[in-house]
Design a binder for this molecule. Sequence first.
Ligand SMILES: Cc1cc2nc3c(=O)[nH]c(=O)nc-3n(C[C@H](O)[C@H](O)[C@H](O)COP(=O)(O)OP(=O)(O)OC[C@H]3O[C@@H](n4cnc5c(N)ncnc54)[C@H](O)[C@@H]3O)c2cc1C
Length: 439
Amino acid sequence: MNAPRYTGPVYDRVADHLVRKLKGILFHAGPLYFRITPIMPAHHADTLIIGAGAAGLMCAITAAQRGRRVTVLERSNKVGKKILMSGGGRCNFTNLHISPDRFLSANPHFCKSALSRYTQWDFIDLVEKHGIEYFEKKTVNGLSGQLFCRESSKQIVAALLNECQEAGVEVITQCDTAKILQNNGFHLEGNKGTFSAETLVVASGGLSVPSLGGSGYGYQLAEQFGLRQLPLTAGLVPFTLTGALHDLFARLSGVTCEVVVSNPRASFREDMLFTHRGLSGPAVLQISSYWKPGEPVEIDLLPGRDVNRLMTGWKRTHPRSLLRTQLATTLPGKLVTELEALFWPHNRDQPLAEWQDRELEAIAGQLKCWSIKPAATEGYRTAEVTLGGVDTRDLSSKTMESKVGGLFFIGEVVDVTGHLGGFNFQWAWSSGHAAGQEV
Ligand SMILES: Cc1cc2nc3c(=O)[nH]c(=O)nc-3n(C[C@H](O)[C@H](O)[C@H](O)COP(=O)(O)OP(=O)(O)OC[C@H]3O[C@@H](n4cnc5c(N)ncnc54)[C@H](O)[C@@H]3O)c2cc1C
């Protein structure tokens, strides 16, 4: 037997009675009713975007310029917090040398389509359209290509918001979304009302730096909709050390030098910075994305130099000199003092003329290949990016649409992570643009 459907006159009378009762309660409760049960507006848009960071804003602009009605929901009180904080307040917004081999992903080909359809030159055009002055930062390896605002990263956020406004994008901040349902479109409930749209774009970023909006929300949504995910790890993050090396590096805190840092998977020639917790600086941040816990990294303290030849040369030309005196002409003096205590404490006051060639060769080997085993990384608190995330096998590389039709993932939440130097913002712009053309 079918369950009864209460649509007849009896139901009407009961319903009427209940409504009258409820009205009475509301009337007597007076203003209290409005305080405890605010009336939630219902918004309808063509496209809802969760997250007003780099990827979300770019997607919103692109979609709205196509005539789509777009609403962006941002949990934080401000949009683009990471853009504002990036590049020391000057936002390294892209890189002149964008190429797919500067990105990590289980599928190294996935990023190609989006990067080729919205390139660094497209973003540079946008920057120039808004009259933002920029410069290329010079780095020790001469391969920089890193473009920074000359004045402030606020200009990038202002340019994006300006584009949003012109295209008619609605941005709602301090909007926490809870439940999301898919039923003939997507329906969201949040503290700012209920929202529905044909398509939903998840641009909520990764776990890195929670104080700047880092959140696991996008990964939860991917799970809710049955998408595969790759394990998450902190990337572009400093190393921490323990024991004697921790103390040594703490004494050197603030000292920088140009190095090559390598492991079996990657190698970077850039600056390294000693910190009170361990190691940082561009070279270390870069290799951290390729590091596995428990592994050592190898540091060449004198990149591009034949140190053995250099030292035997000093022995000939400066026989009365000490090794530390000569080394301090090429490395920071404080570092040389610590290296001496570590590698040649017993020959510290021995003039170079008295060194055996094979002893110098051994020291040269240690300086060219200093093997250090980090205890850990500083984790998501300071990491610039989150590696892993939504598995690209469940996304279209052309549109960023997931196998759940109408649901898109863009930016850091996807398993695509760039090198240091503007690559991550370019991925956010390119993937945001790709989705914006489709939603
Ligand atoms: C300190 C720092 C400096 C960096 N510097 C650079 C740099 O110079 N160059 C570079 O290329 N990359 C840089 N990066 C990396 C870059 O910021 C990220 O790769 C990029 O911001 C990712 O863009 P996104 O839009 O995917 O995520 P985000 O920019 O993180 O934006 C995600 C947005 O979603 C919001 N959000 C999260 N959860 C919810 C929710 N539940 N509901 C609604 N909204 C939500 C967040 O508040 C945030 O505004 C830096 C990162 C950090 C942490």
